[in-house]
Design a protein around this ligand. Structure first.
Ligand code: ZN
Length: 113
């Protein structure tokens, strides 16, 4: 389950940020998760509980900020929603390989204290 190693990296970053701000506790962690990031939210929640145990983020809330996938059609000059990862333009039917967003898995924000 790669969610564990992803969450491991999130923990490192979160603890680093908390230390920078002199925080003794992390109350909540918000992750930005793209629709095509290839992670299961349930698995992320499980991984979160596992990797945060015995750290200052133990018992913290995990907030997920879902990012829909969006492609750009060069022919139409328009972005469009890439539902289910299908990147064919709804206007002209061309396949776009320009994914604007939807693959991110980032630490969006922390609630410290
Ligand atoms: Zn198009």
């Amino acid at each position: 389950m790669h969610e564990l190693s992803l969450m491991d990296a999130v923990r490192e970053l979160a603890l680093e940020q908390a230390a920078l701000h002199g925080a003794g506790r992390i109350a909540a962690i918000t992750l930005r998760v793209g629709a095509l990031a290839g992670v299961e939210i349930e698995a992320l929640r499980f991984a979160h509980a596992v990797v945060m145990a015995n750290t200052i983020a133990d018992g913290s809330r995990l907030e997920i900020e879902a990012v829909p996938a969006e492609c750009f059609c060069a022919a139409c000059g328009q972005p469009f929603a890439a539902r289910d990862g299908c990147c064919d333009c709804p206007l002209c039917g061309r396949i776009s390989r320009e994914l604007l967003r939807g693959r991110e898995l980032q630490l969006a924000s922390l609630e410290l204290g």
